[in-house]
Design a protein around this ligand. Structure first.
Ligand SMILES: O=c1ccn([C@H]2C[C@H](O)[C@@H](CO)O2)c(=O)[nH]1
Ligand SMILES: [Zn+2]
Length: 133
């Protein structure tokens, strides 16, 4: 996996962030199982709550193109190491129980986690499938 390329893609997506209210820019790039990469930025709204995080923008773009399995996601933001919010962790989990999460400050400075480390004891699709009807 080319982590530098994924991080670079996330930085490029960050430039597109639409953040008139927070002025906090975030970019993400997801590497899917088939090797394809989808990028996303955060997109805010004047009524605030419709705001979409960069991570979910990228993941939803991939899923809407028929890609279902996340291998890795790189995330970059304005706060040095910018970690995904709880909602995005849950969405990463939906499509990437084994995903690697790369939190980058630059192409050379990054930290790496498993989704499992960031969202332990998670609830996911298997729980519903195993539920007694
Ligand atoms: O991991 C994160 C954390 C925050 N944001 C966005 C949401 C909002 O637009 C801004 C401030 O919370 O940053 C993301 O996109 N990803
Ligand atoms: Zn989020």
């Amino acid at each position: 996996m080319d982590k530098r390329e994924l991080i670079k893609s996330a930085f490029k997506a960050k430039e597109k962030a639409y953040v008139p209210y927070s002025n906090f820019h975030v970019g993400a790039a997801v590497l899917m199982e088939d090797g394809s990469i989808y990028t996303g930025c955060n997109i805010e709204s004047a009524s605030y709550s419709p705001t979409n995080c960069a991570e979910r923008t990228a993941i939803f773009k991939a899923v809407s193109e028929g890609k279902r399995k996340i291998k890795a996601i790189a995330i970059v933001g304005d706060s040095g190491y910018t970690y995904p919010c709880g909602v995005c962790r849950q969405v990463i989990r939906e499509f990437g129980l084994d995903a690697i999460v790369i939190i980058a400050k630059s192409e050379d400075e990054y930290k790496e986690y498993t989704l499992e480390e960031l969202l332990p004891y998670s609830f996911g699709p298997e729980d519903l499938n195993n539920a007694k009807k």
